[in-house]
Design a protein around this ligand. Structure first.
Ligand code: GLN
Length: 190
């Protein structure tokens, strides 16, 4: 039986839990350091505000332990701000976070007008609904990164080994496809 830990210091974490509940998958919220002692098979970094999330992770002493977990191969799904946390480089700011994924991302990349939008597009050759909220996109990918989705000529989903990142919020639509894809990564952990 798979158990997923969901980072729950800030942002849209509860929605991920609802999707996992719907899929009959056990999950728990990671709010403080001691929660990381619970065994988990995969980790979700939700959308929200990446700077706020990173600050809380440092304040709560969870930054290093989570970075080490990911470096050691814990399967991780980062959505929107979660993708920013994983990125090796953030093109429009000086600070970086876990830097475990070989991608460069631009924050709030769609500007104010187009900041939030909804569309259907292909992910891994399957059409799914996608909700973008002040979303980043992937500017460039390094070796080992597989592009899984392109919207409006921009890369919006990618995978590198056990890490999956989406610029959109899969937890805010009625499709469970991204979570199912992630769960299959968890079951086939490399
Ligand atoms: N704009 C947010 C950030 O830079 C991400 C938005 C989101 O997660 N919906 O962290």
């Amino acid at each position: 039986m798979i158990t997923i830990g969901i980072l729950a210091v800030q942002g849209a974490f509860i929605e991920h839990k609802y999707v996992l509940d719907q899929l009959g998958v056990k999950s728990f919220e990671i709010r403080q350091l001691k929660d990381l002692k619970q065994p988990m098979d995969g980790l979700i970094l939700p959308g929200g505000e990446s700077t706020a999330m990173a600050k809380l992770l440092h304040d709560l002493k969870m930054f290093d332990p989570i970075q080490i977990l990911i470096q050691h191969g814990m399967p991780v799904l980062g959505t929107c701000a979660g993708m920013i946390l994983l990125a090796k480089r953030i093109t429009n700011q000086e600070t970086h976070h876990f830097q475990t994924m070989n991608i460069a991302v631009e924050r709030n990349a769609y500007g104010r007008q187009l900041g939030s939008f909804f569309t259907h597009a292909l992910f891994n050759k399957v059409s799914i609904p996608m909700t973008f909220i002040r979303a980043p996109y992937i500017v460039s990918c390094g070796p080992g990164v597989e592009v899984l989705s392109i919207v409006k000529d921009r890369i919006v989903a990618a995978r590198q080994g056990n890490q999956l990142a989406t610029a959109f919020h899969p937890e805010l639509t009625d499709s469970t496809y991204i979570h199912e894809y992630f769960l299959s990564m968890v079951s086939h952990r490399i």
